[in-house]
Design a protein around this ligand. Structure first.
Ligand code: GDP
Ligand code: IMO
Ligand code: MG
Length: 485
């Protein structure tokens, strides 16, 4: 560990900033990767998304902490920044602050909030419910945190930003305009959804925001200027991505995406740091990618709704015990003798990895390692390194299919090219069986301790991706991560 620390320090010394972004469709383990590198930075800043994110880290006392709005830097008492590109929900922020302080047993280092970040109101939530209803069977399956409306209304130049909390006239006016604009839709929502009994009035919303506004007043600032000054003082900044390449509003699988700029370029847009200040990027890729909500997922093992429902319907398998152990050993046997169905394959990895959303608790559908998708993500993000998480999922698996190509309209697409999202269902995936590693690699933290097959697997993948795999996750615990300089 001490050696890792030194090695990482020397690798990261050259880089004043580091962006960590997701390579798949979220939940890659960005939190865990950030936790590993965070000690080499002074400030951790979020630049996109909002309360839709759920980033898991473990505290030094071993307690699980899932952060949604506050950067995961909170766990190591780093100065935290919620940049302008992060949508702000005051109520959830205060709750998260309180819960995190209670869990950590100490106050957090300062948490700065950008004065011009779009501010959540109950109208954003109601309108999201309305839009999802209007989409019918084509619903996105959002996290219900108002993310689409927060970005959408902002771009329509509608709705308040955080700084309006301290200018009652501006706040009232923007809430009133928002209310009047949305009223016809929200009244229609009331006729369609009996749980929406009344529509809050702008004045009521403003009044409810006031006590919280007072609590955060000293932390609302021009975070872009703050970050810029910090760099001038040779401080180092970690830029924490949320969501992922596949969920980026522009470069993901539209319309089945989130609303923010989740790719590495979003780090500049969402913090106000110039592009030239973005020094290095880690793309976090999940050995077996997952997706929640709807939308294309070429390497998916099973069916989305079935997989998402599976976790809910079989809670007994998701808690440690005899039933889970028996299920896992039976499924592993089937996988290794080649008799597992697609459904069983998915179920095994869902249970093994406890693949349930950190924000909504919905089951995550699992896919095979998807090299063409990652080649696309690499083209868009140009990462300095890859962090491959959940490599331990392949423990004891003898062979595993890996997607090595996308065949589309009869041709295998060149690396970095993908079809438009509405035609992604027509992709024929080209699979190869890769040798797994019979052994259990869970918890290994030293690259030399990996079995030969696992080392070969990484070397082969690295060659195909053309980007060094710097970190490899081997379990949820803090120490279960390998540094491969
Ligand atoms: P994020 O949104 O990208 O930060 O990821 P989440 O925290 O939502 O989900 C990742 C989940 O995978 C969490 O439960 C982590 O504890 C877990 N995790 C992270 N890395 C690894 C790993 O290498 N192996 C295993 N088994 N679990 C991991
Ligand atoms: P982290 O940062 C996984 C998904 C939702 C839905 C789509 C749009 O933890 O990786 P939204 O509420 O953002 O409008 O939903 O995006 N989604 C995520 N899936 N991890 C996330 O964040 C996600 N944030 C949004 O499930 O399909
Ligand atoms: Mg998550």
């Amino acid at each position: 560990m001490a050696k890792d620390r030194q090695t990482l320090a020397s690798i990261l010394k050259k880089h004043k900033t580091l962006v960590v972004v997701g390579g798949n469709w979220g939940d890659e383990g960005k939190g865990k990767v950030i936790d590993k590198v965070m000690e080499h930075f002074d400030i951790v800043a979020r630049f996109s998304g909002g309360a839709n994110a759920g980033h898991t880290v473990f505290t030094t006392a071993g307690e699980k902490l899932v952060s949604h709005l506050i950067p995961t830097g909170l766990a190591q008492q780093k100065v935290c920044v919620l940049g302008r590109g992060e949508f702000f929900n005051l109520e959830l922020f205060l709750k998260e602050l309180k819960d995190s302080q209670a869990l950590l047993g100490h106050d957090l280092a300062p948490v700065y909030i950008d004065r011009q970040a779009p501010l959540w109101t109950p109208y954003h939530a109601l309108f999201e419910t309305y839009v999802e209803l209007m989409r019918g069977s084509a619903k996105i399956g959002t996290t219900n945190k108002g993310i689409g409306p927060l970005e959408g209304f902002y771009k329509l130049r509608l709705g308040p930003v955080v700084g309006y909390l301290y200018n009652r006239e501006l706040l009232n006016k923007s809430l009133a305009t928002l209310y009047e604009t949305l009223k016809p839709s929200l009244e229609k929502l009331q006729t369609l959804d009996s749980s929406v009994v009344s529509l809050p009035k702008p004045e009521e919303i403003a009044e409810q925001l006031m006590p919280g506004a007072e609590k955060i007043k000293n932390f609302v600032s021009d975070t872009s200027y703050f970050l810029h000054q910090a760099l001038l003082q040779n401080k180092k900044i970690l830029l924490e991505g949320a969501q992922a390449t596949g969920l980026d509003a522009w470069w993901g699988t539209y319309p089945y995406v989130s609303a923010g700029n989740s790719v590495a370029a979003g780090a500049a847009l969402g913090t106000g740091l110039p592009v030239s200040d973005i020094a290095a990027t880690i793309l976090v890729a999940k050995t077996l990618p997952t997706r929640v909500g709807n939308g294309p997922f070429p390497s998916e093992m099973w069916e989305r709704q079935a997989a998402m429902g599976f976790a809910k319907d079989h809670l007994e398998l998701f808690s440690k015990g005899k039933e889970r152990d028996e299920f896992l050993s039976l499924m592993l046997e089937k996988i290794n003798d080649g008799s597992a169905s697609n459904a069983e394959m998915s179920q095994y990895f869902q249970v093994l990895g406890d693949e349930r959303g950190a924000t909504t608790g919905r089951g995550r559908s699992v896919g095979y390692l998807d090299i063409p998708w990652l080649q696309y993500a690499i083209r868009i993000n140009a990462p300095t390194w890859i962090a491959l998480t959940r490599f331990d999922m392949l423990s004891k698996v003898k062979t595993i299919p890996v997607v090595v190509g996308y065949k589309f309209k009869g041709e295998v697409l060149p690396a970095g090219q993908i079809p438009p999202p509405w035609e992604m269902g027509e992709i024929e995936i080209v699979k190869e069986n890769w040798t797994g590693f019979g052994e259990d690699i869970s918890g290994i933290s030293n690259a030399d301790d990996l079995p030969k097959n696992a080392k070969d697997f990484l070397a082969k993948l690295e060659k195909l991706l053309g980007v060094p795999i710097l970190l490899v996750g081997t379990g949820p615990a803090r120490e279960a991560i390998i540094l491969r300089p």
